[in-house]
Write a protein that binds this ligand. Structure first.
Ligand code: NAD
Ligand code: GLY
Length: 357
């Protein structure tokens, strides 16, 4: 087992990473001071794969466990579904000290996290991420949210978990496209902060694809360490945390213009190539860095080519993104592999040239 400590004063917590950690969840939860009631929030897919076994094990360890299930899918991140969960929590007499365990991917983590942050003004939250994206990104850093109309992830809070348990064995049942989506965030982490990690991914493509236990642990550990190091410096996303959006400026616009027909990881992969090409044209990201990025994304079965979408609409979507600063489109550009900078001074005609080129 590997661990990363997210140092945030009295909101500090550990991210525990390892194969088969779900089997040790009872011991880990007791170590955190929990010993009675637990609420698991999950979806039917994850419940069938892991939730029922986890409940049996936790019951055998002496916990009283209630599972609350929501349907699978991004639409579940809503105030309506959160409202239904509040009712169910009330009906089963969940108290302020009763922890909520978010068992699933980023959708469950964000929704259950939002409910944990708001039910009785906050109950303890344990993230148990089961997708690669959730283990390397969404379970870490405390962003919890639901969607509301056009407001995606904009009704939420910063609410740190008390523990993250990342069982890398759960990644073995992930559909291939979900694994590839998570790899986009893994590669993003390496480009923004850790060139050694980038080389490790390059040299271990085969093992990562084969879901080798040691390789998966290393990938999740290194990515989680990078995210934690950013979060502890800028918990509430005022400056540095923006670097986690490398690839997301064009990525979000592609998702929006394609009406979410292009999935997140794929859009981020294309967005990273857009940012890298802009950087190269500005004199950064030289000496074969662009070729290495292209090759590592291809090796992770991620697309590189902009889909057939209207360039004007993509530019417009970027201008309307919530992350624009003072009306200017903000980009995270790579100087080299392992180092990025944030700028809102990129000429939009250059962006248009790269996107349509
Ligand atoms: P997801 O939660 O929808 O999970 C993807 C699919 O995999 C689902 O069908 C799910 O049921 C299934 N699944 C989960 N674990 C599985 C397993 N081990 N085996 C087989 N199937 C499994 O998608 P995601 O990519 O994990 O998360 C996306 C969400 O995360 C979005 O809502 C996004 O906004 C959010 N997000 C949040 C943050 C943050 O900082 N809070 C960061 C990035 C993304
Ligand atoms: N996923 C971006 C962040 O956590 O800030």
């Amino acid at each position: 087992m590997k661990s990363v400590n997210v140092r945030l004063g009295d909101r500090s917590y550990d991210i525990l990473i390892g194969t088969g950690l779900l089997g040790q969840a009872g011991r880990l939860l007791k170590y955190c001071g929990f010993n009675d009631r637990l609420i698991i929030i999950t979806n039917p897919v994850v419940q069938a794969l892991y939730g029922n076994t986890l409940r049996e094990r936790l019951s055998a360890d002496g916990f009283r466990v209630t599972i609350l299930t929501v349907a699978d899918g991004e639409e579940q991140k809503s105030l309506d579904v959160a409202g239904r969960l509040y009712t169910q929590l009330g009906d089963c007499y969940a108290e302020r000290t009763t922890p909520i365990l978010a068992l699933g991917g980023g959708v469950i983590g964000d929704l259950a996290g939002f409910v944990a942050a708001t039910y009785m003004r906050g109950v303890p939250l344990v993230q148990i991420p089961t997708t690669l994206l959730a283990q390397v990104d969404s379970s870490i850093g405390g962003k919890v949210a639901v969607n509301h109309g056009k407001l995606k992830n904009e009704i939420g809070a910063f609410y740190q978990p008390v523990l993250v348990i990342s069982d890398t064995a759960t990644l073995k049942t992930l559909p291939a496209n979900e694994f590839a989506s998570g790899m986009a965030e893994v590669i993003k982490s390496a480009v923004i902060k850790d060139s050694d990690f980038f080389t490790i991914i390059e040299n271990n493509r085969g093992k990562i694809k084969a879901l080798d236990d040691t390789a998966l642990e290393e990938v999740v550990f290194r990515s989680a360490s990078i995210k934690a190091s950013v979060v502890i410096q800028d918990e509430i996303d005022m400056s540095l945390r923006n670097i986690l959006n490398f690839g997301h400026t064009a990525g979000h616009a592609i998702e929006t213009v394609s009406d979410f027909g292009v999935e997140h990881g794929h859009a981020v992969a294309i967005g990273m190539m857009v940012a890298a090409k802009i950087a190269e044209k500005l004199g950064y990201f030289e000496n074969g860095d662009l070729i290495r990025l292209k090759s590592i994304l291809e090796g992770a079965d991620l697309p590189l080519i902009m889909p057939e979408l209207d360039t004007g609409k993509i530019i417009m979507a970027m201008k309307h993104d919530k992350k624009i600063a003072g009306g200017k489109v903000r980009f995270v550009l790579p100087k080299a592999i392992g180092e990025v900078f944030i700028t809102d001074e990129v000429n939009m005609s250059l962006v248009e040239e790269v996107i349509s080129g």
